[in-house]
Every structure is written in C-alpha cells, then in structure tokens.
Design a protein around this ligand. Structure first.
Ligand code: CO
Length: 141
C-alpha cells in the first residue's frame, strides 16, 4: 500500500527558528512554506531525499492559534514528533482498504495538504500510538 515515507511531521513553537536549526544542522533544503487555515498550521517542507517513488521530507508545524490540534499537542506534549506520513498512489483506495481492515480513520475522505496533495489521517489507536497520515502527491510529469 505504501510507496515511501513521505514526511515526518514535527510540532514546534517557532517555525522560522526551527527551519534555521534544521537547515543548518542537517543541510536540508526548504521546499516551501504554507499556511493551512483548515488545519490551523504554518508549515514548512524540507527535502531529505528524492527517489523514484517521490520525495521524502521533514514537515515542520507551528500552530496558528493555541486552540488547534497542533496547538493542543504542544500544550500537552511539547515540541517533537507529531505524525508519520506515508506516500500512497491511490488515497481513496487506501482509505477504503484500511476501513475494511478495521482501522479507525480520522478522515473518511481526503482533504487538502501541502503543495496540492491529498491527505488523510488515521487514528493513533490504529497505528501503535502514532498519528498516521496518507499522502497522494500531485503527479509530476
Ligand atoms: Co503531515
């Protein structure tokens, strides 16, 4: 079902400071920055590697307000690993296969993610305690 690890999401309080730390310490390149009002995050994607099946990235997330999922995560857990995202070729098909296998879906249908991708979250209860995301990237010609 999964084609790669698409990205690892990391919650932070100060996006620009964390970008500076990751680019300096790990020599990563910023692919882009976006604000996703629906999810309440300012985010940056940093490229780790490109492969035949697509990019793998680090996604840095700063909440737009305290009363957002990432804002509440920071309040209770502090900065750190927030979710793991796997690449899929067919997000609708993957969601229905997971639903049939008994997985608890947070998103029954895909929503908009970074760079025009389609994303959906799986509940941590169905993934060993880890918030899990599926990503169907925009096709690159
Ligand atoms: Co993500």
């Amino acid at each position: 079902m999964f084609t790669r690890i698409d990205h690892v999401g990391i919650a932070c309080r100060d996006l620009e400071a964390t970008i500076a730390r990751y680019t300096a310490a790990f020599d990563l390149t910023v692919l882009g920055r976006e604000t996703n009002e629906a999810q309440g995050v300012h985010e940056a994607m940093l490229v780790v590697a490109d492969s035949a099946t697509g990019r793998s990235c680090v996604q840095l997330l700063q909440p737009t307000r305290p009363d957002t999922p990432v804002g509440k995560f920071l309040e209770t857990r502090g900065e750190g690993l927030h979710h793991v995202a796997y690449g899929v070729d067919d997000i609708v098909g993957s969601l229905s296969a997971l639903r049939e296998s008994g997985a608890e879906l947070i998103d029954e249908t895909p929503r908009h993610g970074f760079g025009g991708s389609a994303i959906a979250f799986i509940h941590p209860r169905s993934a060993g305690g880890v918030l899990t995301e599926l990503v169907e990237a925009v096709r690159r010609s």
